[in-house]
Design a protein around this ligand. Structure first.
Ligand code: G16
Length: 543
């Protein structure tokens, strides 16, 4: 067995986005493309000699091939041991936990998250450090630099990995330990939530539906909900991970999980429903006839955290990404704790979590989590809501309406514009960046701009500065519009426009979110000249 040094040429498109590098499968399948990226990570993320790393993915098409290549390159780059989920599966939060739990040097997560899978779909890789959290912006920048200079990579033929059987085996100099992907994660959940109370809730005939969208959380949902918590068999639907997600777009939002929304609006709706995404880090929470917006979910969790065993001692602080609704800010104010506002991307929460400044955080993109991991966590959120219903005796609808009566409602909608020509999309934000300084005082119908800026974040832990993280427009009446370009797509560009309207009067709380933000939607198009610059007169998708 001899390490081969393979000559290669750099690719110019390996700049990581919001969470790792995501591309079409066909791009990853190009000769040397995957190898170049992996080698660049080995060169920039520290000294891997003699270290243990974790690897696993969401089971999408190309997962197994990429894992094999990763193992061969890990062996050639001095890695001593690889811990892998059985069949190459690990949800993103379970991988984050495993890295921390086993004291690993880091982990490779093979996923394109909520993006579609299959041969014509997307694939992706991200590297998480020993904290279990996503690599920092600075590390991502050095990684990108390295991909632009790479001339060779190292690889060792160690034979085919046996990923079906748990246990530790040697492949040349590399030890590979295949672990059950669910056990450690499920054990962790038992320490955070009152499983007895949730078991009792199911014992009363409480019914729920968990839609795993044919992605990685199926086995996790079955073990935790059906086996450990005693929910009836069949509670988990679409529960077997498929390499193309059975054709589903595994993004738990009202558009891509429309059938679940319909089910919850029907006569036969169960008491509670939830869905998770491709790699298990996102969640959508539903009550009968009701989808809980991610910002409301975060705010409700913060307000009730002291009722959940893992958070009984109170929260050090909370955080939300900048475009996420300010509902949680109100709760933090009431609790007398700090609420941090970070750029989009889970990695910005990681320093705050490591420093113990926050215990709970969330994003509008259907992500919430806590200090138990360094990634967002779909099933954790589902268990939080189950625990809350068990201890309050209230259903999701009652919990959220009570919350709005107490704090007011932040009606929230995201308008996404898919723009085939990425340059046209960039022109929209470039123009806004230029004009933002002079927007204050401008009127649009009955709305007057109070102030506007381009969001800059200074990390309170390490002082690093992140500029141009989105345009914020605040109105005199308290409403807000945010503009930013998505960092997770693999073709064209998506302009995201986030609309938030604060409704204090309980009489206005029952309207649906698109109606409550319709006026802002029109104004957002006028301010940014969206139709003129992109040709789109309406959003492609509203979530
Ligand atoms: C990723 C990040 C999230 C972020 C989201 C935003 O989610 O992990 O922290 O909020 O992207 O996506 P975009 O840049 O498209 O608005 P995921 O679930 O895709 O890993």
């Amino acid at each position: 067995m001899k390490t081969r040094i393979v000559a290669t040429t750099p690719f110019d498109d390996q700049k990581p986005g919001t969470a790792g590098l995501r591309k079409k499968v066909s791009v990853f399948q190009q000769t040397h493309y995957l190898e170049n990226l992996i080698q660049a990570i080995f060169q920039t993320a520290g000294d891997f000699e003699g270290k243990t790393i974790v690897a696993g993915g969401d089971g999408r098409f190309y997962n197994t091939e990429a894992l094999q290549t990763l193992a061969e390159m890990a062996a050639a780059n001095g890695v001593r041991k690889l811990i892998v989920g059985r069949n190459g599966l690990l949800s993103t939060p379970a991988a984050s936990h495993l890295i921390r739990h086993r004291g690993a040097f880091g982990g490779f997560l093979l996923t394109a998250s909520h993006n579609p899978g299959g041969p014509d779909g997307d694939f992706g890789i991200k590297f998480n450090t020993s904290t279990g959290g996503q690599a920092s912006e600075a590390l991502m920048d050095s990684l990108h630099e390295a991909t632009r200079k790479l001339q060779s990579y190292s690889i060792l033929d160690i034979g085919r990995l046996d990923l079906d059987r748990p246990g530790e085996r040697k492949y040349g100099p590399l030890s590979v330990e295949v672990v059950d992907p669910v056990t450690d994660y499920a054990d962790l959940m038992e320490t955070l939530f009152d499983f007895d109370a949730i078991r009792d809730l199911f014992g009363t005939g409480f019914r729920m539906c968990f839609d795993a969208m044919n992605a990685v959380t199926g086995p996790y949902g079955k073990e935790i909900l059906e086996k450990r918590l005693g929910a009836p068999a069949g509670t988990v639907v679409n529960g077997s991970p498929l390499s193309d997600f059975g054709g589903l777009h595994p993004d738990p939002n009202p558009v891509d999980a429309a059938s679940l929304v319909e089910y919850m609006a029907s006569e036969s709706a169960p008491d509670f429903a939830a869905a998770s995404d491709g790699d298990g880090d996102r969640n959508m929470i539903l009550g009968r006839g009701l989808v809980i917006s991610p910002g409301d979910s975060l705010a409700v969790m913060a307000a009730h955290a002291d009722k959940i065993p893992g958070y009984r001692d109170g929260l050090a602080g909370v955080a939300r990404s900048m475009p996420t609704s300010r509902a949680v800010d109100k709760v933090a104010e009431r609790l007398g704790i700090r609420c941090y506002e970070t750029p989009t991307g889970w990695r910005f929460f990681c320093n705050l979590l490591e420093a113990g400044l926050i215990d709970l955080c969330g994003e509008e993109s259907f992500g919430t989590s806590s200090s138990h991991a360094r990634e967002k966590d779909g099933l954790w959120a589902v268990l939080f809501w189950l625990n809350l219903q068990a201890v309050t005796g209230k259903d999701v609808g009652e919990i959220v309406h009570d919350h709005w009566s107490e704090f007011g409602r932040h009606a929230y909608c995201r308008n996404d514009y898919f723009i085939a020509d990425a340059e046209r999309a960039a022109a929209v934000t470039a123009r806004l960046e230029k004009q933002v300084e002079s927007m204050s005082g401008n009127c649009f119908g009955n709305l007057t701009i109070d102030k506007a800026d381009s969001f800059t974040y200074v990390d309170p832990v390490d002082g690093s500065e992140s500029r141009q993280q989105g345009i914020r427009v605040f109105f005199v009446d308290g409403s807000r519009i945010i503009y930013r370009l998505s960092g997770t797509g693999t073709s064209g560009a998506t302009l995201r426009v986030y609309l938030e309207n604060y409704l204090e009067d309980p009489a206005s709380h029952s309207q649906d979110a698109p109606s409550a933000t319709a006026n802002l939607a029109g104004v957002s198009r006028d301010i940014a000249c969206i139709e003129e610059l992109t040709g789109l007169s309406e959003p492609t998708v509203i979530v």
